[in-house]
Write a protein that binds this ligand. Structure first.
Ligand code: ADP
Length: 614
């Protein structure tokens, strides 16, 4: 089978996504590679499809098509979903991890001995953990064609999700001589990429870095004041749609999930403190589309992927732009519009620093990632541009029309430069030795104990901005820091200082623009299916719902999440084109040969017998 055949016959896709073909070719050429694509970019297919293709370079080592691709994947639930998906597509795939019974494991190993699998997924612990040498020898003898390391950034301390066991993957080079290694990640910073190459000891790898822009995502940033009110506004734009709300702590997850339920939303909590059984029940409820909203801790959300997530809200800032990119990237994986809102306060960063310090994880890299995140949150420029440039990619699209900044939702402050000068002058008056809270108190004329004790209530800058609420003044200060007029540094209590640019602005050289709280857009009106999913004009939403119900029934029967059977995009296309025969069905997005054979009749039947309700 050739690559193009595999793509259309097995997966039912018509064309490759950017860089997929190149990534697959590197695998077929037996050349090491590093592939960096954003979440939703289609990384899995890059290492799955070549496993079905016989190529010269594999044939030369005597294993020919008999061998299998070894995939290292860090997360048990993702591993299971991918294998479920492959099996439904008719690809012989299996996984080995700690959740399996002895018999299950034995069956997988027997399949390996018989050369049955085209892909085998293993966790890093299983592959390179204590006492796994014999297992690796067995794998080598069973014919490993190539090794794909998914989520490869876990190997780097500069990555946002360092996992020490990933370091041991370096030994694969020696133990699997002549087997190419392919690293996949959505984390694109140069430093992480270099770490991956050196830790995995890749030799002259093909380095393929995709574009990080996700034009279908609308980014917004809000300063947290009244979280419930802010969430209510966001949710009013997404009634009945699927979304993820990330919180900073388990306690917040619980209380927010309770509150959402009280408000009549189908919400479930999800964090590492829940018993395994409850967590997987909640995960399934979300994946099976019985719950719309999952409220999760930022440290724990990798398993909750669903392609039709329409909004991702961070109720607190994550610890790095990499985390933000990855977590917010779970929205709109089906390519349809989705919204990502960061609701933050500067206290979030203080809390992260304390927490990381407590765990002994407050390294230079962690500190600098936190600063980068803070800069993203408080900056006043195109969010798409900020993110894309952060990942080292030039941004060439001009105005994105898909962020609070480019949509002109930020409200400019009249006389910004004067307001900025008042703030800078207050920082100078308190001798550049006080933090943001204190400076805010002085400016807003709040005679707190500390202010009085320091005599700052007698300064000329005391009460210069009494007309503004404290949150707004804090917001301005954050903007001045983000734009390089002020510096916020020092541990454990960061103090404000003037930068040279800030000092000149104070003296009257230059101008500065400040912005107020975002004016949120009004709820959109659009055609919806009963379950609330956006349905494009021309698609019969009742039929779409009927197909979704059929999909759910099949998925339950098979014990897999619904999207493994068919994506929403596939169902939408069916509802639009109303295929009559299996041949018609083959032309539809995501319908491969095996799925057509297994589910085709049921869906054709549902379409044939469907009557539009009067
Ligand atoms: P990633 O792992 O990079 O986040 P996935 O591998 O999960 O992304 O792919 C995201 C979605 O895109 C999946 O639903 C996948 O089936 C789909 N997809 C991947 N490649 C293609 C393609 N060439 N054409 C159409 N859909 C694709």
């Amino acid at each position: 089978m050739q690559l193009q055949d595999a793509l259309t016959r097995v997966w039912g896709y018509t064309s490759f996504r950017p860089l997929q073909r190149e990534a697959m070719q590197a695998i077929l050429d037996g050349r090491d590679s590093v592939v960096v694509l954003p979440t939703g970019g289609g990384k899995s297919l890059c290492f799955q499809a070549p496993a079905l293709v016989v190529s010269e370079s594999f044939a030369s080592d005597g294993f020919a098509a008999q061998g299998f691709a070894l995939v290292v994947s860090p997360l048990i639930s993702l591993m299971k979903d991918q294998v479920d998906g492959l099996v439904v597509d008719g690809v012989a795939a299996a996984y080995l991890n700690s959740t399996q019974s002895f018999d299950e494991r034995d069956a997988v190993l027997a399949g390996l001995r018989d050369g049955r699998w085209r892909l085998l997924y293993v966790s890093p612990e299983r592959l390179v953990g204590e006492g796994s040498q014999g297992f690796r020898r067995f794998l080598l003898q069973s014919g490993v064609r190539y090794i794909a390391v998914d989520e490869a950034h876990c190997i780097s301390q500069w990555g946002h999700d360092f996992r020490p066991e990933y370091r041991r993957l370096g030994q694969l080079r020696d133990e699997f001589p002549g087997v190419a290694l392919h690293a996949f990640t959505a984390t694109a910073t140069e430093r992480v990429r270099r770490d991956i190459v050196s830790e995995l000891r890749l030799e002259n790898p093909a380095v393929l870095v995709g574009s990080f822009d996700r034009p279908n995502l609308v980014y917004r940033v809000l300063r947290r004041d009244n979280l419930h009110r802010q969430l209510t506004q966001i949710l009013s734009r997404h009634q009945g749609e699927a979304g993820i709300v990330y919180c900073a702590s388990r306690r917040e997850v619980e209380s927010l999930a309770d509150w959402l339920k009280e408000q009549g939303h189908g919400a479930v909590p999800y964090h590492a403190g829940l018993p395994d059984e409850v967590r997987s029940r909640h995960q399934e409820a979300f994946l099976d589309e019985r719950a719309d909203i999952v409220v999760a801790t930022v440290a724990f959300g990798m398993g909750i992927d669903r392609s039709n997530v329409r909004f991702v809200v961070h109720a607190a800032a994550p610890r790095s732009p990499e985390h933000y990119q990855q977590e917010s990237g779970r929205a709109g994986r089906d390519g349809l519009p989705a919204e990502c809102v960061l609701i933050y306060s500067s206290a979030d960063f203080v809390r992260w620093r304390q927490m990381l310090e407590g765990n002994g994880e407050l390294t230079d890299s962690a500190r600098s990632l936190l600063r980068d995140m803070e800069r993203y949150a408080s900056s006043t420029r195109c969010r798409h541009r900020s993110l894309v440039e952060y990942f080292g990619e030039p941004y060439t699209r001009g105005e994105c029309a898909a962020c609070d900044w480019c949509l002109k939702e930020l409200d400019p402050v009249a006389d910004s430069t004067v307001v900025a000068q008042k703030i800078l002058s207050c920082v100078a008056r308190v001798k550049q030795t006080w933090g943001m809270g204190h400076v805010t108190d002085v400016l807003t004329g709040r005679a707190s104990e500390k202010v009085v004790a320091a005599g700052h209530n007698r300064l000329s800058t005391f009460g210069l901005l009494t007309a503004e609420p404290g949150a707004a003044v804090r917001g301005y200060i954050e903007q001045l820091v983000a734009e390089g007029w002020l510096l916020r540094a020092g541990e454990p209590y960061p103090v404000l200082r003037l930068t040279p640019a800030g000092a000149s602005l104070l003296k009257g050289t230059g101008t500065c623009a400040l912005y107020r709280e975002v004016q949120p857009p009004k709820p959109k009106r659009r055609v919806r299916g009963r379950a609330g999913e956006p349905v494009p004009q021309g698609v019969d939403s009742e039929l779409f719902d009927a197909l979704r119900a059929l999909r759910l029934q099949i998925a339950r029967h098979r014990g897999v999440p619904p999207y493994v059977i068919f994506h929403d995009t596939t169902l939408r296309e069916m509802a639009e084109r109303r295929p009559k025969t299996l041949d018609d069905l083959h032309g539809i997005y995501g319908v491969g040969a095996r799925k057509a054979a297994d589910f085709g009749d049921a869906f054709l039947d549902a379409i044939r017998t469907y009557r539009r309700p009067d």
